[in-house]
Design a protein around this ligand. Structure first.
Ligand code: EPU
Length: 340
């Protein structure tokens, strides 16, 4: 059985919806597919890129190597107590489907991460986070296969070196570690309701909800996301294009002298996290369209493809934004999206 396709269009495999071809492409739907991949020469002789939902990647040209598209499916309870449940989720499951599944069972932990695009396997890589919660808070294990050796490995949460939109899978284990599943620990009772992230409380207040259930928190998060973030099926995008930069307290104080209204949130080591969306908006980019791409009207952190943009056009726009922010604020924005 030859599972590997050649010259495969990636347009429907990246949420920016840009045109690019992969020299080789394989959909991994079972352990047998992995065995076949490991046995052949294409993996050994080519660069390899593991692709989930394509919601955090920008292709700036064809990919001259092998794309391994993770389509492993399944959700299984592996351990349960009176108050908690551990579920193993296969990496190819749609993230929001897992959130919905947890809510249907009244399992808490994932509600603030509602509606994040992408697949479960990508969640630990960039430690997805939203509205005051990060997936590292629920991940107990990450399971995968080293594609160079074929060896299986399970990493405990502490071995994953999770940070803000960061993990070991972006560094030491980059490119060759195929995440096959993740284990999440969720609450069955005494859910930890986290609504302190500004907009959630406002939405709940409008609905006169004072003691929200996890489903109501999820509904509020979904309402906020739908109002601010474009739906990738309607308008190509990859969520936040940049990370929120962290600056020293001294730098922040200097910035405050010139821009007294600059927002900032205390981070670790006396540093301050500044919303990149604010910096970009101050540089006049919010809602701006340049040719076929632009900066979203409701959230300046998000770059959008109005239809026929190439990856390079989007990258060029990103570079112009980085240069503006550097020149106005002396802050170097880093891309959150993977550029290929
Ligand atoms: N802001 C602006 N203008 C903008 C956007 C934001 O002034 O156009 C300022 C406002 O001061 C606002 C603050 O930025 O109060 C924070 O904005 P928001 O709550 O929208 O969050 P964010 O910091 O821009 C981060 C994540 C999002 C996540 C939200 C909610 C990053 C890079 N992004 O955005 O994650 O949904 O918080 O938790 O950390 C993603 O990673 O793809 C993503 C969408």
């Amino acid at each position: 059985m030859n599972l590997i396709e050649e010259n495969k269009s990636l347009k429907s495999y990246n949420t920016f919806g840009v045109e690019a071809n992969a020299r080789y492409f394989i959909k991994v739907e079972s352990a047998a597919h992995i065995d076949e991949l490991l046995a052949g020469n294409i993996l050994k002789n080519n660069n390899c890129l593991i692709l989930g939902g394509g919601s955090n990647i920008l292709f700036t040209g064809n990919y001259d190597g092998l794309i391994v598209h993770n389509c492993l499916k399944g959700i299984n309870t592996v351990h349960e107590t009176a108050t908690t449940v551990e579920v193993e989720v296969m990496a190819g499951e749609n993230w929001h489907h897992i959130v919905t599944f947890a809510l249907q069972n009244d399992w808490g932990g994932l509600e603030n991460l509602s509606l994040i695009p992408g697949l479960a396997g990508a969640a630990p890589i960039q430690n997805i986070g939203a509205y005051g919660v990060e997936v590292k808070d629920m991940i107990t294990q990450v399971h995968g296969i080293d594609l160079r050796t074929g060896l299986h490995r399970t990493l405990g949460s502490e071995e994953c070196a999770f940070g803000y939109r960061d993990s070991i899978f972006k560094h030491e284990l980059k490119e060759f570690f195929f995440i096959s599943s993740i284990t999440l620990s969720l609450t069955k009772k005494h859910h930890r309701i986290a609504t302190s992230y500004g907009a959630i409380n406002d939405v709940l207040k409008q609905q006169q909800i004072t003691k929200p259930t996890i489903q109501q928190v999820s509904n509020a998060v979904q309402q906020i996301r739908r109002s601010k973030l474009p739906d990738p099926t309607q308008l190509g995008n990859a969520g936040s294009f940049f990370k929120n930069p962290v600056v020293s307290e001294t730098h922040y104080k200097l910035l405050q002298q010139e821009h007294p209204e600059i927002p900032g949130y205390k981070s670790v080591n006396q540093e301050v996290k500044v919303p990149a969306g604010w910096l970009i908006e101050q540089c006049g980019w919010k809602g701006k369209r340049i040719g076929n791409c632009g900066v979203h009207t409701q959230q300046a952190l998000v770059l959008v493809n109005y239809g026929d943009s190439t990856g390079n056009e989007i990258l060029e726009l990103a570079m112009r934004i980085i240069a503006s922010v550097k020149s106005k604020f002396n802050i170097e924005l880093q891309c959150e999206v993977n550029i290929k």
